[in-house]
Design a protein around this ligand. Sequence first.
Ligand code: VG1
Ligand code: CO
Length: 543
Amino acid sequence: MEKRTVATQPIGGQKPGTSGLRKKTKVFMGPHYLENFVQSIWAGIGGAAGKSFVLGGDGRYFNEQAAQVILRMAAASGAKKIIVGQNALLSTPAASHLIRKRKTDGGIIMSASHNPGGIDEDFGVKFNIANGGPAPEEVTNRMFEATKTVTSYEILETQDVDLSTLGTRDLGGMEVEVVDPVEYYAELMEELFDFQKIRDLFAGGFTMKFDAMHAVTGPYAHEILERRLGAASGTVLNGIPKPDFGGGHPDPNPIWAKPLVDLVMGPDAPDFAAASDGDGDRNMILGRGIYVTPSDSLAVLAANAQLAPGYAGGLAGVARSMPTSRAVDLVAQAKGLECFETPTGWKFFGNLLDAGRATLCGEESAGTGSDHVREKDGLWAVLLWLNILAETRVSVKELMSRHWETYGRNYYSRHDYEAVDASRAEAMMNALLGKLADLPGAKFGVGVVESADEFAYDDPIDKSRSEHQGIRIIFEGGSRIVFRLSGTGTVGATLRVYLETYESNPERIHESADAALSGIISAAEEIAGIRAATGRMQPDVKT
Ligand code: VG1
Ligand code: CO
């Protein structure tokens, strides 16, 4: 076993985005690409020597090869120990939990999350810090700076480590411990939720489908839903992780998980259905005849979390990303809870969770989570829903109706324009920025603009400031349009347009979102000229 120092040169474009570095798999497989980035991770955290880390990924193409490279580099840089999920698999929330449980110095997660996988699709690498959460901007900025100056990296020349069997082995003086990826996570879920109540619910004939979308949550869902909670076998669909996610987009939304949506809208609908994404941190919630928007799901969970043992003492506060609908704010207001508005991306919740200011957090992009880990957590959200349904014994539809009757309804939709020409998308955003000062007071079909700005966040805990976090246009009466460019895409630019309108009249809380939002959709077009800028008549994805 020989340690080698390999000469390299900086490679452009290795700037981590909303959630780690994501590129085409073939880019990651190119000479020195992964190695440069991993060496820059070490640089960004002050070196790997003497440290311990967690390592795992969502099983997509290149997952295990990348794990072997990272292990050899960690050993060569003097890391003390790496805890790896068996076969290099770990869902993102399970990795976060493992970092916390085993008190490591952080972890490396190999995932491009909801992006498709395969040799011609996407791969990604993300570093999480010792609290289990995504590295904050200050750390990712240091990593990016290091990618611009890296001239060599350290790697061990040796055979692959066996990651298929559990146990501890040595790699050039570094300990490699291969652990069951599901065990610790399932135990944590048993602590938070009333498994007996949920078992009784299933035993009483309650039916469910969970679509793992050929991604990493399959083994977790089989163990927790079918084995520990007694859901009928066959509850978990597409439960065997595949390197290309069966050729699909492992993104749980009404477009990419359409078969599941069709099922709940059809004659054979189960009582409850859910899906998760590539790395297991997102969730989609459905009931017989109903799709629950992620923003509504966050609000319902905030309103009912105390029904689960892990949250029986109530919530310290709640937080949502800026584009997420303001439904949860209304719950917080009614319950007298602090409510925070953060930029997009889970890393901005970390400080609030660490400081005990927020217990529940969520994003409109199907991410919900709590202070049990420092990532969003797909199966956790599903289990909290199940716990609430087991306690209330009402249907998802009924629960939503009651919620809207109490709080009013925030109709919500996100329109994505994918892979558009990056310079045109940026020009559109710049033109919008130039217009903001003139918008307040302007009249559109839906009403008068109350305020318009570019969102910036001042972290109340560490006092850091994050600017350029999206453009928001707020109308009198509570309607809102948000414009952002995605930070997770790998081709061109993705424009996200977030649309929201509030309705408190109980007679009007059962409309279709498209109808309720039609005025705000036209206003967005009128203000930004989306069609001209993107060259598209319709969004590619509507969630
Ligand atoms: C998207 C979502 C954001 C989420 C991020 C990572 O980012 O909008 O809410 O935190 O993906 O999710 P962007 O920059 O493309 O809008 V995951 O499940 O892909 O790690
Ligand atoms: Co994800």
